[in-house]
Design a protein around this ligand. Structure first.
Ligand SMILES: CC(=O)N[C@@H](CCC[C@H](N)C(=O)O)C(=O)O
Length: 371
């Protein structure tokens, strides 16, 4: 397999969560060219479960790759940049899928003893594909015993791998807040209730929640990434909308922050004469690594000649946490050395990490098989 070609093709067709139609078709076509009669494919929405039967199976291991892109206008200027305007693989899911295909192909030549399921999962960026997968009978029938996954790490050099036992990725909740009040002519503010002012003041005010209402020993983030209000420059806004995300290291702190946001909302409804509607969108459970796997994985990394670095918890979210809630396993960071980070329009991971990923995932599957 030419890992670069595969990755560059996937990079050109980033799609929104649960709309990964071309991506799914590309994966199916590719798998068709490499598979033999040990491979069974189950389609699930825009995702796939690909099972490879082992030579003498005693258990089933799963490797999960997410599939969706992000609503970002790519600015890398690469010859193979996204052909879908407004969408980009800016979180490395093109890498994650390519590595899965590379490992699948490698297993065709170097079979493993146990069964392996490749989960190509839609909608990691939202609304979340992991939780619904876990409740499908198709997935349950695969009876996965152990699971792992990787995420590209732009800040680590190629050849460096990082993880830790316990919490790796935060608990998250999306946040959508709509403000409705009385708009009107820009020249008569006293006859209106300006929702642009209400929402912007609200955005500044709720910054106090993390600094003053949560335990400073625990990590918490409240970010508003998008703010919209009004229609035109000389009309006082009748509506405004904030879109953000809450992240915490302790799952209970999410609820504390939500309760405080709701208290601010009640106060703002009175002081800004408006109605405020709050929707928490999708919520992801934290990624908690099983320490027994991390210890074994560390040995695999080091015996592969790669550098192992103990990770710190990250405030990124990952719905892979739902898999780990039900199935023992772990997640790790794979160094891809990019000057621009995850979710950046200029993210440009070093493709030499593809082969590192394929070899490491294959070897991890083999080492887990031997235990
Ligand atoms: C690895 C990564 O970047 N994941 C995303 C997951 C997003 C979850 C959800 N849409 C939210 O914003 O809460 C991240 O932004 O961390």
């Amino acid at each position: 397999m030419d890992l670069h070609n595969v990755r560059q093709h996937l990079h050109q067709i980033p799609e929104q969560g649960f709309k990964e139609v071309k991506t799914q078709q590309f994966l199916l076509n590719y798998i068709d060219t490499i598979k033999d009669d040990r491979v069974d494919i189950i389609k699930w929405k825009t995702g796939l479960f690909v099972k490879v039967s082992g030579t003498n199976s005693k258990k089933t291991m799963a490797y999960r790759a997410d599939m969706d892109g992000l609503p970002i206008d790519e600015q890398t200027g690469l010859p193979y940049q996204s052909t879908h305007p407004g969408f980009m693989h800016a979180c490395g899911h093109d890498f994650h899928m390519t590595i899965a295909l590379g490992v699948l192909e490698k297993i065709m030549d170097e079979p493993l003893q146990d069964d392996v399921v490749f989960i190509f999962q839609p909608a990691e960026e939202g609304p979340g594909g992991a939780q619904p997968i876990l409740s499908t009978s198709d997935f349950q029938s695969l009876k996965v015993d152990e699971i792992f996954s990787l995420h590209i790490a732009p800040e680590l050099p190629v050849g460096t791998v990082s993880t830790k036992p316990g919490l790796l990725f935060a608990n998250t909740s999306e946040l959508f807040i709509v403000f409705k009040g009385k708009g009107g002519h820009a020249a008569y503010p006293h006859l209106t209730h300006d929702m642009a002012v209400a929402a912007s003041t609200f955005l500044v005010s709720v910054q106090q929640i993390v600094s003053r209402r949560t335990n400073p020993i625990e990590g918490a983030v409240l970010t508003v990434g998008k703010m919209t209000a009004g229609t035109v420059q000389n009309i006082i806004a009748e509506t405004a909308r904030l879109e953000g995300t809450i992240r915490t290291t302790d799952p209970n702190t999410i609820q504390t922050i939500k309760t405080e946001i709701e208290a601010f909302a009640r106060a703002f409804e009175i002081s800004h004469h408006c109605d405020i509607d709050i929707d928490y969108g999708s919520n992801y459970y934290g990624v908690y690594n099983d320490e027994r796997f991390v210890e074994r994985f560390k040995e695999t990394v080091q015996s592969s000649g790669l550098t192992y670095v103990e990770a710190q918890e990250a405030m990124t979210g990952e719905d892979f946490g739902y898999f780990l809630k039900d199935i023992p396993g772990f997640m790790f960071w794979l160094g891809v050395d990019s000057a621009f980070g995850l979710h950046h329009a200029k993210l440009n991971p070093d493709e030499r990490a593809l082969q590192v990923g394929v070899d490491l995932v294959h070897r991890t599957l083999r080492d887990l098989t031997m235990k």
